[in-house]
Ligand binder design. Structure first.
Ligand SMILES: Cc1ncc(COP(=O)(O)O)c(C=O)c1O
Length: 383
């Protein structure tokens, strides 16, 4: 299985600043506190489980593996339920109840579902832009929450631009999970919404020795940035080493960290990991993450497929688990390098290491899931 690993200059133990040096970190930390107490009051809020995988820890020769399972988050299938919907709730604060708000966003699936669900919950009009390779099933699951869905030409980044241009023309508000020049506040709220996933994981991890390594799948990087800020807040100087994982065909974090500045990946960004098929890093996430990751890697689709099957199969010690193709990226990255002595040494992974992963989606596209795993999600969980 192919992978590329680039070790950054920050590979010196803890992620750079337990002290949260930059202004955006302070802001995200404050906003995260507000988001966490707000989302905990939403109807049907429940923490998602953190699962131990002792069998996998043994077969990959590390001390401990825990994986946060976001498959059931608010019944939407992914951690994204937390971000878009929370940003809409923030937009509505302080507005008169007669003023209608129309929101829109671009998505490759999960974010659009969150925005549509939030718009329905808080009574707004909603239009969601999807690009040509977003599956019909994902389109329908957005429409299920009452949003109008518009299919655009080009790739994900083109749909982001189209959402912005249309919103400017129509007077709608863009609720994006990525940030760009002049558009930072709403993506900050989206990231603040994601934060609860990490605070739950930290609570569930317990008071023992903290994780030593966290591998995070990256699309635009908002999820990873929100995780890192929460880990730094909780663990300070003992913050785990962070490794980002990109699909090989949409390796904007890999290319950007290697170059030391944001780099754009073009083309159709073809990968089974649809949620990670982004060619441009979020500006805000770049600002937050650029000095705080130890390494960045690229993986092929086959690595994601293998990780999905491994989790679905389980073993005598690990319960079978349903995880979607974009959700397993971090774990897939670790598995790809787990038996490579050079990579382990470069990252300081040994038999005592304690690894934390976030499985950020369940079977959000059932057809894709079944074609990869050979079973329905129900067959996996009832095994
Ligand atoms: C399931 C899943 N995991 C991870 C990500 C990556 O998040 P980000 O784009 O913030 O890096 C996405 C993005 O859509 C996703 O859908």
């Amino acid at each position: 299985m192919d992978f590329n690993l680039f070790i950054t200059e920050n590979n010196h133990g803890a992620a750079s600043s337990g002290a949260l040096g930059c202004g955006s970190k302070d802001k995200l930390e404050t906003e995260a506190g507000r988001a966490i107490s707000s989302i905990r009051r939403w109807p049907d809020y429940a923490a998602t489980p953190l699962r131990s995988l002792p069998g996998l820890a043994q077969s990959t020769d590390v001390g401990r593996i825990e994986i946060k399972n976001e498959a059931q988050r608010f019944g939407l299938g992914s951690f994204k339920a937390l971000g878009g919907a929370y940003a809409i709730s923030r937009l509505l604060e302080g507005r008169s109840s007669d003023a209608t708000l129309s929101v829109c966003c671009a998505t490759d699936g999960n974010h659009g579902r969150s925005v549509a669900w939030g718009a329905q919950m808080f009574g707004c009009d909603c239009v969601v832009f999807i690009h040509k390779t977003v599956s019909e099933e994902r389109k329908q699951s957005i429409e299920h929450y009452g949003a109008r869905v518009v299919r655009t030409a080009g790739n994900y980044d083109d749909s982001v631009r189209e959402a912005q241009v249309t919103a400017t023309r129509e007077g709608w508000t863009v609720v994006s999970d990525t940030s760009y020049e002049g558009y930072m506040d709403i993506p900050m709220d989206v990231m603040a919404g994601y934060s609860i996933m990490t605070t739950e994981a930290i609570e569930q991890w317990g008071n023992g020795a903290p994780p030593t390594h966290v591998f995070l799948q990256t699309g635009v990087g908002s999820m990873a940035a929100s995780v890192v800020v929460q880990l730094q807040r909780a663990y300070g100087e003992s913050c785990p080493k962070i490794v980002l994982v990109d699909p090989a065909n949409a390796a904007c974090w890999y290319d950007s960290l290697k170059a030391g500045e944001p780099r754009v990946v073009g083309g159709d960004l073809d990968t089974i990991m649809a949620g990670l098929a982004c060619g441009e890093v979020s500006h805000l996430a770049w600002e937050l993450l650029q000095h705080d990751v130890a390494g960045v890697m690229t993986i092929d689709d086959s690595a994601a497929q293998q990780a999905m099957c491994l989790l679905a199969q389980g073993n005598d010690q690990d319960q079978p688990m349903v995880a979607g193709e974009s959700g397993v990226g971090g774990l897939a990255g670790f598995i790809a390098l787990a038996h490579d002595a050079t990579s382990r040494e470069k990252l300081g992974i040994d038999g005592d290491s304690r690894l934390l992963f976030f499985s950020t989606e369940g079977a959000t596209d059932r057809d894709v899931y079944q074609s990869v795993v050979g079973k329905t999600p129900e067959q996996v969980t009832s095994a």
